[in-house]
Ligand binder design. Structure first.
Ligand code: AKB
Length: 317
């Protein structure tokens, strides 16, 4: 029986993951949590305010609901992490440690999202291998690399069933990203639909690994539902779908909205983007537990425009 706790449930990944989990396991078996109560309380799902840096509060919640699986999404992303490095360490590292401690004590299965941010300037930029140099330059990247070591440690030392993915930039429509470096991709769609010129904070040639939200949700459920013996890597798996530059995304959006324009005003996030790989080798995830992406750039752009249009019509009516 799965009784699931999702931390950071109202974030970019959580919003769609919760919907998918409710469809698969039933809404009464999914407990959403976040650091503050959502403004929209219309949701039929249980929501608990939870500060993951409070170990006691986390354990009480796990006991209260007889949780057996945690999708631990609560985190500060790369750009936010540079503004609030102490909080970033506290939430991203201590929060994870509390989840892993609870996992050891209550025999929980855990999902932990790592990131391409664990890589840095000395990592090969093209076809970045699974095992390679990790020299992150952001607090976020440092916390995610530390998180990977913790996952590996708890899995091998205590037998905790923790599974993790190094996620690329995620393109989503139901919840906006917040505080990430890859956020420009989602912001570009929103500006295009408002017929505004988008001011992009990275240069046109900046190429990063990206993934559509539906692929990301399939990847997360795929690794969590895979046979335990298939999971050979307990730190975190490279996963990716496609890589594109900011200019290529503009051009693809222009095939639907020819009047869309973008100007480029790089800021501190350019340095972060420059330190990350452009193309990731995720052959281990494909071989070990059958990862396959479905959405290429053209499919992402078509669906994003459709979904964002529908979303804004729903919120207006
Ligand atoms: C960010 O930009 O910080 C995240 C990530 C790549 O982990 N989207």
């Amino acid at each position: 029986m799965n009784k699931i706790l999702v931390t950071g449930a109202r974030g970019q990944l959580g919003s769609d993951l919760v919907t998918a989990l409710c469809q698969q396991y039933g809404a009464t078996n999914v407990i959403e949590s976040g650091w503050r109560a959502p403004s929209d309380r219309s949701s039929s799902f249980a929501f608990e305010v939870l500060d993951v840096t409070d170990q006691g509060q986390l354990q009480k919640l796990i006991e209260h609901y007889h949780i057996d699986t945690v999708y631990h999404l609560a985190a500060l992303l790369s750009a936010k992490g540079e503004q609030f490095p102490d909080r970033c360490w506290d939430v991203n590292v201590n929060g994870l440690r509390h989840v892993l401690e609870a996992a050891q004590r209550f025999n929980l299965q855990v999902f932990f999202p790592s990131s391409i941010a664990v890589f840095g300037p000395h990592t090969p930029k093209l076809d970045t291998p699974q095992v390679t140099v990790e020299d992150p330059t952001t607090m976020y990247g440092i916390t995610k690399a530390t998180g990977e070591f913790l996952c590996h440690y708890y899995a091998h030392r205590y037998g905790v069933d923790v599974r993790s993915l190094r996620l690329p930039g995620i393109i989503s429509y139901s919840a906006p990203p917040g505080g990430g470096t890859t956020d420009f991709a989602v912001e570009m769609f929103q500006a295009a639909l408002r017929s505004e010129t988008y001011t992009c904070f990275v240069r046109p040639e900046t190429r990063l690994p990206m993934m559509y939200i539906s692929d990301a949700i399939r990847a997360i459920l795929g690794i969590m539902q895979a046979d335990s013996n298939a999971i050979k890597i307990r730190s975190s798996y490279n996963v990716t779908a496609i890589s594109f530059s900011a200019a290529e995304l503009v051009a693809e959006i222009q095939t639907h909205l020819p009047h869309f324009t973008c100007r480029y005003v790089p800021d501190f996030r350019q340095t972060i983007a420059d330190s990350w790989p452009s193309v990731i080798d995720d052959s281990k995830a494909r071989a070990d537990w059958g990862w396959q992406h479905q959405y290429d750039l053209a499919a992402i752009v078509t669906e994003m425009l459709e979904k964002l249009r529908a979303h804004s019509q729903n919120t207006q009516s």
